[in-house]
Design a binder for this molecule. Structure first.
Ligand SMILES: NC(=O)c1ccc[n+]([C@@H]2O[C@H](COP(=O)([O-])OP(=O)(O)OC[C@H]3O[C@@H](n4cnc5c(N)ncnc54)[C@H](OP(=O)(O)O)[C@@H]3O)[C@@H](O)[C@H]2O)c1
Length: 298
């Protein structure tokens, strides 16, 4: 297949491009970078994140995986929040317009990034793809993002929403930061530590995306999360044991919010998400246990 990937230079995009190439697919990477060199790409095409020009040229693709978006890491000023939203919602609208304008030559499958942030803060409730949406900034962004991607279904494209949890792996996402903090003995439980953290190893993240491209049974939302989410307290213990280090005194929620602002409140939110759709489609997870997954990252 010919698979287009936006955000192909990012953490998930790079790993996906490599895994897809190993399965014999051809990769068309979309990037804002001018030098046109994206790892593992057979071809690189430009993407216009803003403006009146078409966002991208999707001609000749069988599937498009749309991962591009402003990183959520960093202090959430009003301007940063606007970039987080616009680089997802507005860009997705323009990507879908470009697919529609491409008519017969465009992709028949669109997989659009989203997140378990879609469920908001839900305590111990088990969250599957059929659970109701949540509330808050990230939940609102995810809802708008998915709504824009979903427009492609109205003209016959199969649309899949990739509701990804915290991806652990080398070279990106939260793990390098967690590892550094714990190695400095500054890692600790956050708040009361009872909040659920949906996680997934990068190999399963890309394995599931490829499964959803190749298997027409996937349609609509998929939780890209390991079958066994952990609480923040369990995650803290697991990392400390693995790195053979002690933990710092628990960080109270208010202190985290003081230092990180609104991003700090996200670390206090609980989403006990389970991958019901993936398991129903017969996907076999390589990593179901956080300790095993993290041991592969150190
Ligand atoms: N990693 C996780 O744990 C996780 C969890 C849940 C959801 N997700 C979602 O999955 C997607 C991919 O995640 P990732 O970790 O691979 O992200 P990443 O490493 O930050 O890569 C995102 C890519 O998007 C492009 N990009 C960055 N800022 C942009 C902007 N303002 N406008 C347009 N394009 C921009 C960049 O590609 P170019 O510079 O080449 O254009 C960048 O390489 C994101 O949408 C993210 O929200 C990730």
């Amino acid at each position: 297949m010919v698979i287009g990937i936006t955000g192909a230079s990012g953490f998930i995009g790079k790993a996906l491009a490599l895994a897809a190439k190993e399965r014999g697919h051809r990769i068309v990477a979309y990037s804002r970078k001018k030098n046109g060199n994206v790892p593992h790409a057979d071809e690189t095409r430009p993407i216009q994140p803003t403006g009146d020009k078409p966002a991208l040229d999707p001609s000749g693709l069988d599937a498009l995986v749309h991962l591009a978006g402003e990183t959520v890491y960093g202090y959430w000023t009003a301007a940063k929040k606007q970039r987080i939203r616009d680089s997802r919602v507005d860009l997705t609208r323009r990507v879908v317009d470009a697919i529609q304008n491409c008519k017969e030559d465009g992709p028949k499958t669109l997989l659009c990034a989203s997140g378990t942030g879609a469920y908001g803060d839900r305590g111990d409730e088990i969250l599957t793809e059929s659970s109701k949406r949540g509330w808050g900034f990230l939940a609102d962004v995810c809802a708008e993002w998915e709504r824009e991607a979903g427009r492609a279904a109205t003209f016959g494209v199969r649309v899949v929403y990739l509701r990804t949890g915290m991806v652990v792996g080398q070279g990106g996402g939260a793990w390098p930061l967690l590892r550094r903090v714990f190695s400095l003995r500054l890692g600790s439980r956050i708040g009361d530590g009872r909040q659920w953290v949906p996680w997934i190893h990068i190999d399963d993240e890309v394995g599931l995306i490829l499964d959803a491209i190749e298997n027409l049974g996937y349609n609509g939302p998929i939780n890209l999360t390991a079958p066994n989410p952990v609480t923040n307290a369990e995650m803290t213990r697991t990392i400390a044991n693995l790195l053979n280090t002690s933990t710092f005194i628990p960080v109270p929620g208010f202190a985290l919010k003081l230092v990180l602002g609104e991003l700090g409140s996200i670390a206090l939110e609980s989403a006990r998400a389970k991958p019901e759709v993936a398991l129903r489609n017969g996907y076999e997870f390589k990593y179901t246990d956080l300790e095993h997954a993290l041991a592969m990252c150190v």
